[in-house]
Design a binder for this molecule. Structure first.
Ligand code: E4P
Length: 225
């Protein structure tokens, strides 16, 4: 399963890229609002950090407006994917983008049928929002599982991206449900790295090493004095 970072924070993206675990980035207007500045400039910076897909979301409600925004984003970098919210106009825009060879990520997917329609319209990425479904007492992971099964049954090439991930368990569940991609806030990525026994083990190993080196008359760095 590919791992994307769900953020517009450049430093977070640089960190995940240095760890060697970053396959792409998703942004949205709310994430952009947290950092501010020029959305275009931020997108171009992100696209330089990762060669993977970088989602840039259109905000127009009408088809022509979506097309205008999306074409503009697509010119910013070769790895831009235009993010379009699920709607009747959104489907039409996705279909037109597909005809133009512009990749799209259909966002705000909350049902399997919405995902199926977005794939048929030509979206390359389909984004069900797992956490927001869980918030209203519906099992978000069911949509991920159903869509991956359907796409596999019918050889549909669109990728299922588990969005609105809130915790590390969601990541494991998304992978087990066959999600092709999960997009994570930096906090969840960091939570995945850590385990209390790992952190405790590192401290203990260091302590034991230092005691052994001191007992042997060497300095604690690991180098012979
Ligand atoms: C991803 O593409 C979405 O924009 C994002 O995962 C939404 O997450 P949220 O429900 O935590 O806002």
């Amino acid at each position: 399963m590919k791992i994307f970072l769900d953020t517009a924070e450049i430093e977070e993206i640089k960190t995940a890229a240095r760890w060697g675990v970053l396959d792409g980035v998703t942004t949205n207007p709310s994430l952009y609002a947290k950092v501010g500045g020029s959305y275009d400039a931020i997108l171009q910076q992100i696209c330089k950090i990762t060669p993977g897909p970088v989602s840039a979301e259109v905000i127009s409600d009408d088809v022509e407006g979506m097309l205008e925004e999306g074409r503009h984003f697509a010119k910013l970098a070769p790895n831009i994917v235009v993010k379009v919210a699920m709607s009747e106009n959104g489907l039409e825009a996705i279909s037109r983008f597909a005809d133009e060879g512009i990749k799209t990520n259909c966002t705000l997917i909350f049902s399997t049928n919405q995902g199926l329609l977005a794939a048929k319209a030509g979206a390359s990425i389909i984004s069900p929002f797992v956490g927001r479904l869980d918030d209203i007492n519906q099992d978000g992971m069911t949509v991920i599982r159903e869509l991956t099964e359907i796409f596999s049954l019918y050889d549909i090439e669109s990728e299922v991206l588990a969005a609105s991930i809130r915790n590390p368990l969601h990541v494991t569940q998304a992978a087990m449900a066959g999600a092709h991609i999960a997009t994570l806030p930096m906090k969840v990525l960091q939570q995945m790295v850590h385990h209390p026994l790992t952190d405790k083990g590192i401290v203990q190993f260091k302590k034991d090493w230092e005691s052994a080196r001191q007992a042997a008359g060497h300095d604690a760095t690991g180098h012979d004095a």
